[in-house]
Write a protein that binds this ligand. Structure first.
Ligand SMILES: NC(=O)c1ccc[n+]([C@@H]2O[C@H](COP(=O)([O-])OP(=O)(O)OC[C@H]3O[C@@H](n4cnc5c(N)ncnc54)[C@H](OP(=O)(O)O)[C@@H]3O)[C@@H](O)[C@H]2O)c1
Ligand SMILES: [Zn+2]
Ligand SMILES: [Zn+2]
Length: 352
């Protein structure tokens, strides 16, 4: 075991603050990574503030961060996929049982015994896992990914959660050329969804509550932009979408979105508001529409997404910040005031 620098929260109302945390010495299958960049996902904020206490209560101290890009510093004796110096990435999961049907299908995100990157029992050290707002991390090679060499590292980090969480349901629901796709909420996830849906060839319409994001939405790849506080503009699109991805982090009117779907259309929630959303079932019944959810993606699909982003030169639009600005970044995230993802330059932690 060794100590590494990190930022952690001591409780649900406590700010993130500088600390040190233990990491295991690499075992034979492990890769030790010096973290270069870590994205700030809204899930980090939900978890740090214990907003999901009914589903996954937070254990403190909590070190968030699951959009990790870094350089390999050492590998265990049985590691075949990576060597020191390689640029690698780690997303939302660091382990699973590897034996259940979900793992065998490469769908580790559904493993009943999975280990998330933070706030999950740590099989090696006890306590809970600690995430990427830290100097280094040690992960089994099976959960380490390769970053295409043409991508900027600060912009690639958010692909590890925002990228895969939007790519996976769009692939599952058959987003392709000729499909009309809605993206609700132009935040970290939403802006990745626009880029990926556009690259998949879909006709993309963004629904945003922020009029100031209209021009950006087009630049990111949207064919149309609707300011969703304007009921008339929404009505024009009623009954026309094949698929809608809802990436909103707070309570909102889901029935207005459901009414945008055509017959047999699907709306998938990736946004995870802490309170239940009331659904009018008639909106579903009349057009045989479906309403579903989707969590991140499995390891093979995460690598597929990274390679897809490499081939299409897709990264997140990031505002790079030092870790000392993480608390301020959380406040801005709550105001939808980031274009469109914060990416922490972890060199800032090493100067502390
Ligand atoms: N399913 C999964 O596996 C998974 C993975 C990662 C994250 N998530 C969840 O996905 C959600 C989005 O994450 P993120 O990192 O993209 O967050 P984010 O960057 O904060 O974006 C959320 C966006 O939602 C819109 N929004 C916020 N409050 C709203 C409100 N009251 N009514 C309507 N729209 C509102 C805003 O977009 P506009 O300004 O365009 O309106 C905002 O930019 C979070 O709940 C997060 O926990 C889920
Ligand atoms: Zn996330
Ligand atoms: Zn499993």
């Amino acid at each position: 075991m060794y100590k590494t620098k990190a930022y952690s929260a001591a409780g649900e109302t406590a700010p993130l603050a500088s600390t040190t945390i233990p990491r295991r010495d690499p075992t034979e299958h492990d890769v030790q990574i010096e973290i270069l960049f870590c994205g700030i996902c809204h899930s980090d904020l939900h978890q740090v503030r214990n907003q999901w206490k009914s589903v996954m209560p937070t254990v403190y101290p909590c070190v968030p961060g699951h959009e990790i890009v870094g350089r390999v510093t050492s590998v265990g004796s049985a590691v075949t996929k990576f060597k020191p110096g390689d640029i690698t990435a780690v997303g939302c999961m660091v382990d699973s049982d590897r034996t259940c049907p979900e793992c065998q299908a490469g769908l580790e995100q559904f493993c009943p015994n999975g280990t998330l990157t933070y706030n999950t029992p740590d099989k090696h050290l006890g306590g809970v896992t600690y995430g990427g707002y830290s100097d280094s991390i040690v992960v089994d090679q099976r959960f380490v990914l390769r970053v295409p060499p043409n991508l900027s590292l600060a912009g690639a980090a958010p692909l590890l959660c925002a990228g895969i969480t939007t790519y996976s349901p769009m692939r599952h629901w058959g987003v392709t050329k000729g499909k009309k796709v809605g993206v609700v909420g132009l935040g970290g996830l939403g802006h990745m969804a626009v880029k990926i849906a556009h690259a998949l060839g879909a006709y993309v319409v963004v629904f945003t509550t922020s009029p100031g994001k209209k021009d950006d939405a087009r630049r990111l790849g949207a064919d149309e932009v609707v300011v969703s506080r304007n009921a008339d503009e929404i009505e024009k699109h009623a009954g026309s979408f094949d698929f809608i991805l809802d990436a909103v982090s707070a309570e909102h009117d889901i029935n207005a979105d459901i009414n945008l779907l055509r017959r047999d259309g699907n709306i998938t929630m990736v946004g995870a508001p802490d309170k239940p959303l009331p659904v009018s079932v008639f909106g579903l019944i009349f057009k045989r529409r479906s309403f579903s959810g989707s969590p991140i993606g499995g390891i093979p699909e995460t690598q597929e997404m990274l390679d897809f982003c490499g081939a299409h030169n897709i990264t997140a639009d990031v505002e790079v910040i030092p870790i000392q600005k993480a608390n301020e970044a959380y406040e801005r995230l709550l105001k939808a005031d980031v274009k469109y993802r914060f990416s922490i330059d972890m060199a800032s932690l090493r100067t502390e």
